[in-house]
Design a binder for this molecule. Structure first.
Ligand SMILES: *Cc1c(COP(=O)(O)O)cnc(C)c1O
Length: 313
């Protein structure tokens, strides 16, 4: 399993690749909500999302074992990150994407010399296909979330949050397969257990919420949420126990509130983020604590230009 030390080691490994992303504040949003809000800006991360943290941690580790081809299954951001780091290290990458992947994410993968392979719409279908190709072609499979190197790499965002904001009460993190929150929660809870870690899921992609209630991993099937990074059907085998242990609460947000938060961040903060990135903000606005110092992790900013009008409220 992962721990604080593994996350610190990961930071050493990926330090030359990833950015230490800024924290932003908005007086308007803070005043509106009666809290002090801080935004961890992973939409300004290299490749436009936090995924490069875990992907570079894993791919650098594999490249040190002389791997020359990696393969990933991804709705986009993980694939983009794997293609980017593979290109940097001079090794080849194949990325299996859903048939309905957004254009900007596909273009970015191509720009990083990644080979695109199309398959189905659910993460299970893609992972299956990627594993199959990896067996046929001896490429190493880079999982999107369910892997200690990936989880620990994502956790480096948590270390930065702890250094950048003091006296934090709550941290809001979106949940897809749970790689991000398991890393971030480990970094935070093993440093300061008093900080509350709150997961946020779209109400129509609530697999982690339901799984926590039932005490076991539940497969909810494919979701159509506009937060395309959070459509995972089931929490990971490795991520779920960490979520059970370290996540204090889960907030569910509806599609309309994701759009509202997207618009809010765009108009108040002048930041263009993707719907998955707006989910943590929607969670903080919905749960409505009072007089707290809150960090919302904005997870990514990859969005097609023509998707913007549909999100504006
Ligand atoms: C992948 C992704 C998530 C979810 O991360 P998990 O590690 O799968 O929980 C959230 N936001 C964005 C922008 C993503 O790309």
């Amino acid at each position: 399993m992962i721990d604080l030390n593994l996350i610190r080691e990961s930071r050493e490994r990926i330090g030359d690749i990833v950015k230490r992303t800024p924290i932003m504040t908005s007086e308007t949003i803070s005043n509106d909500t009666g809290n002090e809000l801080f935004f961890k800006c992973e939409h300004l991360q290299k490749t436009g999302a936090f995924k490069i943290r875990g992907a570079s941690n894993k791919v650098i580790h594999e490249a040190q074992k002389n791997t020359d081809h990696v393969i990933a299954a991804s709705s986009g951001n993980h694939g983009q990150a794997v293609a980017y780091i593979a290109n940097q290290l001079g090794i080849s990458s194949t990325i299996v994407v859903p048939e309905d992947a957004v254009a900007c994410k596909k273009d970015a993968i191509r720009a990083y010399n990644g080979n695109l392979e199309f398959c189905g719409t659910t993460s299970e279908e893609r992972i299956e296909r990627a594993k199959q190709i990896s067996q046929d072609g001896k490429a190493v499979f880079i999982p999107p979330y369910d892997d200690p190197f990936i989880m620990a790499g994502q956790g480096t965002a948590g270390l930065e949050i702890l250094e950048q904001v003091n006296d934090i009460d709550e941290v809001y993190v979106p949940i897809g397969g749970g790689g991000l929150i398991s890393g971030v929660a480990t970094a935070i809870k093993e440093t300061n257990p008093r900080i509350r870690v709150i997961g946020v899921e779209p109400a129509i992609a609530n697999d982690t919420y339901v799984s926590l209630k039932e005490g076991k991993r539940i497969n909810k099937g494919a979701s159509t949420t506009i937060a395309d990074g959070l459509r995972t059907s089931i929490p990971g085998e490795l991520t779920f126990p960490i979520i059970q242990r370290y996540v204090d609460d889960i907030v569910l947000v509806d599609e309309e509130s994701i759009k509202q938060s997207f618009s809010y961040v765009l108009t108040r903060m002048k930041q263009l983020i993707e719907p998955s990135g707006a989910v943590s903000v929607a969670g903080a606005l919905k749960r409505k604590p009072e007089g707290k110092r809150i960090v919302a992790l904005i997870s990514g900013g990859n969005i097609d230009g023509d998707a913007i009008p549909k999100l504006l409220i």
